[in-house]
Design a protein around this ligand. Sequence first.
Ligand SMILES: [Zn+2]
Length: 590
Amino acid sequence: MNYQTRVGTRRIARPAAILIFLSVLVPLAGAQSKSPVAKPPKMPLRPKLVVLLVVDQMRADYVEKFRGQWVGGLKRLVAEGAWFRDAAYPYAATETCVGHATISTGALPVTHGMISNEWFDRELQKTVTCTDDSKVKNLGYAGASVTGGNSASKMLVPAFADELKFQTGGGTRVVTFSLKARAAITMGGRLGDAVTWFDADVGAWTTSSAYPVVAFVEEFAKAHPVAGDYGKTWAPMLPASAYLYDAAATGAVPPAGFGAVFPHPLGGKPDSTKPDPVFYEQWHTSPYADTYLTRIAETAVDKLDLGARAGTDFLAVSYSSVDYVGHAFGPRSWEIQDVLARLDQDLAGLFAHLDKRVGRGNYVVALSADHGVVPIPEDLQKTGMDAGWLNIESVKQHIEKSLEPFNYAKPAVAEVSASEVYFTPGTYDKLKTDPAALRAVLEAIQSVPGVARVYRAEELEDRPATKSPIRRAEANSFLKVRSGDVLIVPKAYWPWDSSTPTSPRQYGTTHGTPHYYDQRVPVLLMGFGVQPGEYFQAITPADIAPTLATLCGITLARGDGRVLAEALRVPTVKDPLPNPARAAASPKRP
Ligand SMILES: [Zn+2]
């Protein structure tokens, strides 16, 4: 596929779009026939509920390849929504925390500061996760005891949800769910009312002292323990003929207890008779976790009356299982198709629930992904492609060796966190005044198999003007206080390998590079204020928050995205219905 092709703005009207149009048109026409001065039908000026759905690791081309397998919610989004077919993150660190923070704030990592899932904190001299916060304590639901503390304190820009709540004067409830803290928290911001994630070590739904502990989550967690899925077997839902590719994905690294092909039993360790950490890993690598998240989100709608009060409420769900399944089995697997086909069913249920409780057209849905993924290198190699693994440990060793002829204390490297190389205190300052040693280091990194190029931090500061898309992507990910001293760009189809001689790699494939397969994701909008159609202009997921802000009548402080105005048909005070509907509804008199 030629990824360079850019098609200009184009919209295709489809039968589904016409159906929606008619459903808007019919009540108005009826009203007009009774009274020539009838008031326009009541249509809220703002959505009653904003629903943000993030499918972790969903490649944009899954929509193109697999939508023939869908009959439910994913199909409805494509058929009734605005489908942006060329959306991609314009930055390098295509990881979960970064993508969610970008969708949530409308800003790029250079602005929102969530530059990676984790980075090396130079003050603490240790690696921290993007949501680590020593000032708060995690709290487990249903009596579980959990450790650590997580909050949005490292996010440098408010979430859209924060702005919505603040600007509407408190009438907004913010509710987010995910298996991952870094997803639930970045979407829920600092003012979230119910921000819930799953601690897979102990199998517990969790929040932290940064957020309220919520009664309905406690009740749900008690009434529906995840352990209820213990002993289930994940088998293919569709007939075998419906799946693309081979039943056994080449190069897959399934979680413990899962084989290379379906069916996958969720029984924990082989000798286990009750839920154990292996079971929880199997569970989050299965469609049952998506179904659970959907059910708890529906319960939130009921228990909190989301979308039924005066303000605009916010509900976000990040579905993590596609990421876990994708890491294990890769994008060319039956498993990835099956987990999406089942998510399609879950979303059908969620939308039907929202139609009933909030009203079709009263809520707006935005669905996207936090990043894509690269095909499994061993699978690519079968085609003769230049593909392989870029070993992080090897980068570290090459750097240390390159400095041996020079006068440097060992170790010179404090941490290599995938693309980011952090030197020990004082080492990089010394290297900057020592051109021969610095050249030796850069050449050593460059010689590691899979390295495309290396940037020094100074080349990426302050978003330099550049025609190089890769350098621009690196600069959009760069924040001096958190980023590495030297940054590595892997070659295309050479993902990061975190294995060491003593610990094998635990995944079949991964993401996190500035290559298009990691950057490109779906963006689908549906419902209140959305003009259905297919849109081919290049956009980024940073455009989602400004677009939602416009629909909700609020202003974001600072961002890098734009309003996707081409896909909006927002009712206004003077013009309560979209223009096309109104024009068509006015009977032409002879
Ligand atoms: Zn991932």
